[in-house]
Design a protein around this ligand. Structure first.
Ligand SMILES: [Zn+2]
Length: 471
């Protein structure tokens, strides 16, 4: 008997897919500007379909039953808060209990032949990374989410876009490539990170091939600018239209402004996760990031209690994917701290809820004399001081014992050169950090390049900002 191969291009009804998850420019006149009632109805219908599927997934059935829920109890979107949230620790346990993929997936290896699947992992973890499967809908919908972002930032068919993430187990480069290639008519240039293609070569290719858009981490945009300056390469000759990036907690916009100055082009911030896809994106108005609300239902919860918070409050981000069945993600607490704001008509024509600047990781919170501090929140004060390289790491530790034990944090910051007066720089940063964090922290000045082994600046994966000696 012949094998029945699940051909990718026959695995989805593509016309229906485009109607369900419209790519640009259709998105801008359909799901990107629905009335609140129409959007709510669409979200409710998708949410209930995902909940029905999740009852057949052991991970959800077990957790929801333990919480006293039965199938049928969740019959409206407004019931979502009855469902217990989960976080990445719960996914790690699900994998340990049912290796190697975990029982949060709707099927195991025996089902792999039925549809084309792709495997990507979380990044930046020690030990085995956490694998997540993608069916064609999950894969292409995340491509559409990112295509919407690029389009809102000025990408148009025929553009040539350089991707400086590596196509690896991590999802970001694949996602950008799928968005540009499948849903925008742009040409992806898959250079990989500076580890795969040196920064000097990246600049050579960009100039030779007429690259006019970039997909690059904020830290690496700065690194490219440094290398360009050292090689007398004028970045403005590139005619860059847009820089799609991830700026982190750039609260006052210093990082964005310094990068835009160096490149002579607009820098757009975005927020995404490897499992849920590109959740939110800047448009050319740069007044908060648009949320792709037909693909995701967003909430924020109190960091300590898990209680749902009203719009406009700072809290931990809880996401429910409205398009994913393989696997479902329902009330996934991502432990990223941010603010979600009311829907409003934007100058770009979209009408969505928006997401604030990313403020920090709930897991990295340090309690300093009653104030919650996120290491990433130091970025603002440090990047705006031109005497620093911008690279820093927070060291959290305990002092004292027993009831008198308390948490302390020292911020190590690189100065740009040994000629810079370390004492006055440290004093100025102590003052600026006190203002931003609301509590005093100590500052130690170190030499340029000395933190790279801790922060992993210039390497694959996320930059680290916390050295946690409390564990
Ligand atoms: Zn807009």
């Amino acid at each position: 008997m012949e094998d029945d191969i699940p051909y990718y291009w026959k695995s989805v009804d593509w016309d229906r897919f485009i109607a369900d998850y419209p790519p640009p420019p259709i998105y801008g006149r359909t799901h990107g500007r629905l009335s609140s009632d129409a959007l709510y109805a669409l979200q409710e219908q998708r949410f209930l379909a995902r909940v029905t599927e999740a009852w057949d997934v052991p991970f959800y059935r077990r957790r929801w039953t333990e919480a006293g829920l039965q199938p049928g109890d969740i019959s409206k979107l407004e019931h979502i808060q009855r469902i217990p949230s989960f976080n990445s620790d719960d996914l790690r346990q699900a994998i340990a209990a049912a290796p190697p993929f975990g029982d949060h997936h709707p099927f195991g290896r025996e089902g792999f032949h039925r549809m084309p699947l792709k495997l990507q992992t979380s990044s930046g973890t020690t030990g085995m990374p956490r694998a997540t499967l993608f069916d064609p809908i999950a894969w292409e919908a995340q491509g559409v989410q990112m295509a919407r972002a690029f389009y809102a930032q000025g990408a148009r068919p025929g553009d040539i876009v350089q991707i400086t993430y590596t196509n690896s187990l991590a999802n970001a480069a694949w996602n950008a490539s799928t968005a540009l290639h499948h849903w925008l008519g742009c040409v992806p240039v898959t250079c990989g990170s500076g580890v795969v293609t040196s920064t000097e070569r990246q600049l050579e290719y960009a100039k030779a091939w007429g690259v006019n858009g970039w997909f690059t981490r904020g830290e690496y945009l700065g690194r490219i600018a440094e290398v360009a300056a050292a090689n007398k390469f004028d970045l403005r000759q590139l005619k860059t239209k847009y820089l799609h990036s991830y700026l982190g907690p750039d609260i006052e916009g210093h990082l964005r402004r310094s990068l835009e100055e160096a490149w002579g082009a607009p820098v757009y911030d975005n927020y995404g996760t490897h499992e849920i896809g590109l959740v939110a994106f800047d448009c050319t108005a740069k007044t908060g990031k648009h949320i792709s609300e037909d693909t995701i239902f967003v909430e924020t919860v109190d960091i300590d209690t898990g209680e749902s918070l009203p719009l406009g409050s700072r809290g931990s981000f809880v996401a429910t994917s409205l398009h994913r069945s393989v696997p479902p993600f329902i009330r996934y607490d991502l432990r990223d701290v941010l603010v979600i704001t009311e829907r409003e008509e934007c100058a770009c024509g979209l009408c969505t809820r928006k997401m604030s600047t990313f403020l920090g990781r709930a897991d990295e919170m340090v309690k300093l004399r009653g104030t919650n501090v996120f290491p990433l929140a130091c970025q603002n004060a440090i990047t705006k001081d031109a005497r620093t390289t911008g690279d820093f790491i927070c060291v959290a530790f305990y002092v004292g014992e027993g009831l008198g034990r308390r948490e302390e944090m020292t911020v190590r910051v690189e100065r740009r050169s040994p000629d810079i007066d370390g004492d006055s720089l440290a004093e100025d940063l102590r003052r600026a950090l006190h203002k931003d964090l609301g509590v005093r922290v100590d500052v130690e000045i170190v030499e340029a390049g000395s933190l790279a082994e801790h922060t992993r600046m210039g390497r694959e994966g996320k930059v680290r900002r916390l050295l946690d000696l409390r564990k």
